[in-house]
Design a binder for this molecule. Structure first.
Ligand code: DQA
Length: 147
């Protein structure tokens, strides 16, 4: 049972960057919690952040053959721009949940459109870093349904 957590551009600056939108947790804090929660439930959680579109695309392609059963992704600004990242997720057909720390619908109108939401199993936004944990809870349940 492997779950891949992907973070898009600028999320390496979490904790420093616009805390009014994104909270005080660093990406390392968030990732450590997700790995820990996964381990408690016998699942391997792997995390990856990149500021480069092609690296995220390549990581999604690699997920096809590395046992990944579910993806949690915050595409960050690529949410609103990247047909290529969308196509990568459509191509591998691995189910995914889209996460945003901030409520993108309460912000600038250019953040209201996502290239991912119609392909996603679900979308979580506005719940801060907890949103990743809710998405992970869903992934764990999806990979190991309770009867
Ligand atoms: C974000 C929202 C995006 O609009 C923005 O470009 C980000 C982060 C979020 O987590 O709230 O970088 O995905």
């Amino acid at each position: 049972r492997k779950i891949l957590v992907l973070h898009g551009p600028n999320l390496n600056l979490l904790g420093v960057r616009e805390p009014q939108h994104y909270g005080a947790d660093t990406l390392a804090d968030i990732n450590a919690r997700l790995v820990e929660i996964g381990a408690q439930q016998g699942a391997l959680v792997e995390t990856f952040q990149s500021n480069r579109e092609y690296e995220l695309i390549d990581r999604i392609h690699a997920a096809l053959s590395d046992g990944t059963g579910f993806i949690v992704i915050n595409p960050a600004a690529f949410t609103h721009t990247s047909v290529a990242l969308r196509d990568a997720l459509a191509g591998v057909k691995i189910p995914f949940v889209e996460v945003h720390l901030s409520n993108v619908h309460a912000r600038e109108s250019f953040r209201h459109h996502s290239y991912f939401s119609d392909l996603a199993i679900g979308v979580i936004c506005g719940l801060g870093a907890k949103g990743y944990e809710y998405a992970l809870a869903h992934a764990l349940e999806a990979l190991n349904p309770t009867p």
